[in-house]
Design a protein around this ligand. Structure first.
Ligand code: WT7
Length: 642
């Protein structure tokens, strides 16, 4: 039996009461055109759309607001200034160093700085439709770079600062991006991150015409004559005015690379109008944002959470969003709470992995700080276990405020399943109910639709405005990945249970994707990195339950003949994977084995490898199809001895 936690009593300021949710949800699915035309009214359109939903999942062709024209930067920034709110704070910057300088950037300032950066991009040669790679620390200029691209109609491709030069090069090449915006270094937990040096190493492999470099730490970096420009010098004389380019609703806004079960990361493409309406609407209702509140999402702008809920969603709502450069556990485990206290944060949105790590430190670090301004807590990135939910609710929230457990994906653009703070009671561990317009469906492995309380694979049957439109440069891959498993439906890759109250419980990925500290990783990517190493012959990678990270990375490795396993080699391979992909892909376990369990046709039996990694030997299931059953025995032996 799951526990039911009552929503706080009705608040007269809420955007959505239980009755309103029912009525709005009904309308959103029965009359989607009318519903979304109405939500779209909160956006400033240069040309008001007359076509609203215009999509098909078979064949796959998705459009929303197609004849509308707008500029999302105008909507996120200029519009608020024009409405007399230029003095409101848009972004608060809290630096890595707790004693460092806080910056408060008003909407008026954001407009000037974004326009100046847009002019810098133009001076560099960036034109409408060009792809601009952004590899930045968590500083306001990262958000400004995204907005500057949107202002002039360039397509941003943000790469998380934790990715390696190889990963940067792959992404630059994939979308043929000629331009890069970066900084000298980032700073996390007191340690510099060599951003510019990583860009340089990437640009040894692929070329770029121009690189803008923000001076942030002042650390020394190499500058390539003719290609690299210090932003402060390059933009010093540029105007703080730059017109917003009128964009068609379906013009591309950004590409964001994400991992799948096969192949290289995919460049998920989002377009302008639908994404604007979706992030504006979801932010408004999910966080129930009220004017003047301080909102803090701890994600990085390199992930979709940062795109939708640090930059676009909050700014489209004229909110004040905090940007934090640092990490939860430096200088100590009270940093998040110290920052909440210092900035009087009202809405706090973080990931289960951070909650679990901080939960280990006990109540002490939380109780040192005054968290009385908190009104709402959010969770995102992976299922939150009920124990962590309880701790978050009771210790951080003082048992008095709601939690929104928001399920969504890079491909969905914004929140899809969640409770709304004053519309729904909560069930710890369940994301809750579908957001407006979302029609989830559970299907079994044959594609049979499951009704009522049931468990199966989570599909979405109807498009929503924030849905990704394609994989950049490879529409066929988009169709194959998301619409071919269950023809005519969007398949999320997640398993899910629906209970008798219609609450959704995400059970995790059902494909070869693992979720490590809320970071999505294709096991195939780690495998390709391992086999690139000269001493490795074969590798199979699976996830296993990890107390803090949710899932850890378990690698089975067979070595080339004549190579002996050793602690040194283990270390070498760990470093190798970090170099190939980035620190987030660092293997937790390397298990050397002379052979992998395979079927007679040569297919690796991952199910068995997963069970062994989980230390669950009783449930290996049918091993009779193995070409050599002895391999599994040896692996179990090897696992026991670890
Ligand atoms: C995958 C998407 C959504 C932005 C961050 C991750 C898992 C995400 C939840 C949640 C259970 C969740 C799913 C999903 N996931 N949020 N609240 N409860 N699982 O975006 O990197 O595209 O990963 O994260 O497995 O498919 P992403």
């Amino acid at each position: 039996m799951s526990e039911l936690v009552r929503r706080p009593d009705d608040d007269s300021n809420t955007h959505c009461t239980p009755q309103q949710y029912e009525e709005m949800y009904r309308r959103s699915v029965e009359e989607p055109d009318a519903f979304w035309a109405e939500q779209a009214q909160r956006i400033d359109w240069i040309k008001m759309p007359t076509k609203i939903a215009d999509w098909s999942f078979d064949p796959v062709d998705i459009k929303w607001f197609a004849d509308g024209e707008l500029n999302i930067c105008h909507n996120a920034v200029d519009r608020h200034v024009e409405a007399g709110r230029g003095g409101d704070v848009a972004l608060i910057f809290e630096p890595d160093d707790p004693a460092g300088d806080v910056r408060r950037i008003t909407y008026a300032e954001l407009q000037r700085e974004t326009a100046r950066m847009a002019n810098a991009l133009k001076k560099l040669g960036v034109a409408k439709g060009d792809r601009v790679t952004i590899y930045m620390p968590m500083v306001p200029e990262g958000a400004m770079a995204m907005l500057a691209c949107a202002r002039i109609g360039a397509v941003h491709s943000v790469i998380f600062g934790g990715f390696s030069p190889e990963a940067i090069a792959g992404r630059i090449e994939d979308c043929a991006s000629d331009w890069v915006v970066t900084a000298d270094e980032g700073l996390r937990g007191g340690k510099p991150i060599p951003l510019k040096a990583n860009v340089d190493a990437a640009l040894d492999k692929v070329s770029a015409k121009g690189v803008l470099v923000l001076r942030h730490t002042g650390g020394e970096v190499a500058m390539h004559e003719g290609r690299d420009h210090w932003y402060h010098e390059f933009a010093a004389d540029l105007s703080e005015e730059c017109p917003c380019e009128p964009m068609k609703a379906e013009d591309p806004l950004f590409i964001l690379y994400t991992s799948g079960s096969t192949g290289k990361p995919k460049g998920v493409l989002h377009t302008t109008g639908g994404y604007a309406v979706w992030t504006e609407t979801t932010f408004r209702y999910v966080f129930d944002y009220r004017p003047g509140e301080i909102y803090w999402c701890t994600a990085d702008i390199g992930w979709v959470t940062g795109h939708s809920y640090i930059v676009y969603g909050p700014l489209l709502n004229g909110a004040t969003a905090l940007m934090f450069e640092g990490v939860p556990n430096w200088p100590d485990a009270s940093r998040f709470w110290q920052v909440c206290d210092k900035h009087r944060v009202n809405i706090f949105y973080t990931a289960p992995t951070a909650i679990r790590a901080l939960m280990r430190e006990g109540k002490g670090p939380v109780e040192k700080h005054n968290l009385s301004t908190l009104r709402l807590l959010g969770s995102v990135g992976e299922p939150i276990n009920p124990e962590a939910w309880r701790w978050y609710h009771d210790t951080v929230g003082g048992g008095r405020i709601p939690i929104v457990d928001t399920w969504w994906q890079t491909e969905t653009g914004g929140v899809m399943i969640t409770t709304l703070p004053h519309a729904h009671d909560m069930k710890p561990g369940s994301a809750g109910k579908p957001f407006f317009g979302i029609r989830p469906q559970l299907v079994d492995s044959e594609g049979e639709v499951l009704e009522g309380a049931s468990e199966g694979n989570l599909c979405i049957t109807h498009s929503w405005p924030g849905q990704a439109r394609t994989v950049y440069g490879d529409h066929e891959r988009f169709v194959q990945t998301y619409f071919s498993t269950y023809r005519g439906k969007y398949f999320t890759g997640d398993g899910c249970r629906r209970d008798a109250d219609g609450y959704y419980w995400i059970t995790g990925r059902v494909d070869d994707v693992i979720n490590v500290s809320g970071h999505r990783m294709g096991t195939a990517e780690v495998e390709s990195a391992l086999v690139l190493h000269g001493k490795v012959s074969e590798a199979a990678v699976v996830g296993y339950p990890h107390d803090i990270k949710g899932q850890g990375i378990y690698c089975y490795v067979t070595l080339n003949s004549g190579i002996e396993p050793s602690a040194e080699l283990e270390d070498e391979l760990r470093k190798w994977v970090r170099k190939e992909i980035g620190p987030i892909a660092t293997p937790d376990h390397l298990h050397f084995t002379p052979a992998l369990p395979k079927t007679r046709s040569g297919k690796i039996m991952r199910r068995i490898l997963r069970k062994i990694a989980e230390n669950d030997y009783g449930a290996l299931g049918d091993t009779s199809t193995l070409a050599d059953p002895g391999v599994a025995e040896d692996l179990i032996e090897g696992r026991r001895n670890r």
